[in-house]
Design a protein around this ligand. Structure first.
Ligand code: PAP
Length: 286
């Protein structure tokens, strides 16, 4: 449906990601950056709306019918730049996204933190929809094996990441490739990079007034997690709004998985990424 019917505008900004790699964070940062002249900082819509209500998911919110997910009333009446997100693989993107002037921002994350984050998210959703007597808890071990073997709703993790990585090398003006860990390490330069990429660079005056730091603070997990709008309520019978904000740390995955799982994933990562020029810090259980 989305692949066939979506017509991208040249001004559209599309966040692409494998689930649980920083989508919600990037949604809030991007929204705050492109709308910074519209609202005084203490009246940001991010204080009243979950990031997923401000940046719509194309294959579910906009075109999906499976369950209620935030959706715009009239796609064509959304003001430019329209902000969307998608979890689909690069090769499955609609032609219209590839051929138009719209820009794509891809966020990636190390596989250990991604798999653990996805596990807890899905566990929460399963608990919500199944009666207690029907709920059989999938172990992290089994979940890890599926992820490791590429059995994943949005396709194998590494193929997802590599597809967008290669496209970002080929079309650097079209596709910006980001890593969750880099954003954590140096948010200021990444927020600047994001603003430049979408054609809204910060002026020297904004920089001296601390606008970048304000955006980082507004979008920090510490801040968003404590907002009433993100603490309570549901998107559907599956998903609590709060389940999009868990720990938000780098390295949590390695602490929750066994040394053997960590080693196998790190080896698989080296094998898959070899020759691509892409790497994620090999996180061990120190
Ligand atoms: P999605 O793809 O389903 O939208 P996504 O937002 O990518 O989910 O992933 C959620 C992860 O991002 C959670 O990580 P964790 O399970 O390891 O804790 C969540 O805590 C983290 N996250 C959400 N918001 C932020 C934020 N503002 N800053 C940093 N991390 C965040």
């Amino acid at each position: 449906m989305f692949q066939r019917h979506f017509h991208a505008r040249d001004t559209d900004l599309i966040i692409a990601s494998h689930p649980k790699t920083g989508t919600t964070w990037l949604k809030s940062l991007l929204f705050a950056i492109v709308n910074r002249f519209k609202h005084p900082k203490n009246e940001s819509p991010l204080l009243k709306h979950h990031p997923h209500e401000l940046v719509y998911r194309l294959e579910q919110g906009v075109y999906g019918e499976a369950f209620e997910y935030p959706r715009p009333q009239h796609l064509n009446e959304l003001p430019s730049p329209r902000l969307f997100n998608t979890h689909i693989a690069y090769i499955s993107l609609p032609e219209s996204i590839l051929s138009s002037g719209c820009r794509v921002l891809y966020i990636s994350r190390n596989p250990l933190d991604t798999v653990v984050s996805l596990y807890y998210f899905i566990l929460d959703a399963m608990k919500k929809i199944l009666h207690e007597e029907d709920f059989i808890k999938t172990s992290l071990k089994d979940f890890f094996e599926d992820f490791y073997n590429g059995r994943n709703t949005n396709g194998p993790f590494f193929e997802h990441v590599i597809g967008y990585w290669k496209a970002s090398l080929e079309y650097p003006d079209k596709l910006l490739f980001l890593k969750y860990e880099d954003l954590k390490k140096d948010p200021v330069s990444h927020v600047k990079k994001l603003a430049e990429f979408v054609g809204e660079p910060f002026s020297p005056q904004e920089e001296s007034e601390g606008v970048i730091q304000d955006i980082i603070q507004l979008c920090s997990i510490k801040n968003l997690k404590e907002l009433e709008v993100n603490k309570s309520g549901v998107f559907s019978k599956h998903y609590d709004k709060k389940s999009y904000f868990r720990k938000g740390e780098v390295g949590d995955g390695a602490h929750q998985l066994t040394p053997n799982m960590v080693e196998r994933m790190n080896n698989l990562m080296q094998e898959k990424l070899e020759g691509t020029g892409l790497s994620f810090e090999c996180i061990s259980q120190s």
